[in-house]
Write a new protein. Structure first.
Length: 84
């Protein structure tokens, strides 16, 4: 799952009064994952496993799909194919 907006993610964490460690405990993920998702630096991450994304949204009491969206990998847009 891909993070929709790092700014929204950070703002939601701050609004809920969570730290990387407290959110990680509630979502049962590593604090490093939260820090990497939150970060704007070169080593930052934009995605995580669907189970982690759901757990983070639940821990933040965020509506499903409000922080993460499905990430399509591979293929052509709209399944466009070349004719032979």
């Amino acid at each position: 799952m891909k993070l929709i907006s790092k700014r929204a993610f950070r703002d939601y964490i701050d609004f809920r009064g969570e730290t990387n460690a407290s959110l990680a405990r509630k979502a049962k993920v590593s604090p490093a994952l939260i820090a990497l998702l939150r970060s704007e630096k070169k080593a930052a991450r934009w995605s995580c496993k669907p189970s982690n994304a759901r757990a983070i949204e639940v821990a933040l009491n965020a509506p499903p799909g409000s922080l993460f969206s499905a990430q399509l990998v591979g293929g052509l847009p709209n399944d466009t194919r070349l004719s032979a």
